[in-house]
Design a protein. Structure first.
Length: 168
């Protein structure tokens, strides 16, 4: 097993996660922009998507993966996120600034939030913040594909967002 160190930043009440990083070597890392943080970082369960993205970062000679999300509100399922959007702030006060800062510091920014990025028009808004984003292909709706649903070895390509109306 590889040696690594995990670090993260949460809101005081742990309702929001601003970023999470896995570092295994010195040097720059990949900025991975997902949909929203799940609870997996605190449950100790296996994380197959993280394994895939770490392998991708290592194949590009990078020393870490830093995860940020369109929405910083922590939930296990996208349906939970959508339901909560009617009652509370699912984006989070620091989210936009953290995304822009970490993408700007990374040589590779992987847009990978999947089909639900159209929620509140957030995928389109965040895409404008990203420094030279790449993706693993796009969904039928033009959102960058989630790594879990892409075959290993899929080549990175520039992510060019399509303008779309926000969904509810």
């Amino acid at each position: 097993m590889d040696d690594f160190e995990d670090s993260s930043a949460y809101s005081d009440d742990h309702v929001y996660r601003w970023w999470w990083e896995r570092r295994w070597a010195d040097g720059p890392g990949l900025c991975w922009v997902g949909l929203n943080p799940s609870m997996g970082d605190t449950t100790g369960r296996p994380r197959p998507t993280l394994r895939k993205v770490v392998a991708l970062a290592k194949s590009h000679g990078l020393g870490a993966v830093t995860v940020v999300n369109l929405f910083s509100w922590r939930a296990t399922k996208p349906a939970d996120l959508k339901r909560a959007s009617a009652d509370q702030d699912i984006i989070g006060a620091r989210t936009t600034d953290v995304i822009a800062e970490l993408s700007g510091q990374s040589p590779v920014t992987l847009a990978a939030w999947g089909a639900h990025g159209s929620l509140l028009g957030r995928g389109t808004a965040v895409a404008e913040l990203l420094h030279r984003p790449v993706c693993l292909g796009v969904t039928a709706g033009g959102q960058p594909r989630h790594p879990l649903y892409v075959p290993a070895g899929t080549e990175l390509r520039p992510y060019e967002p399509q303008m779309s109306a926000p969904s509810e």
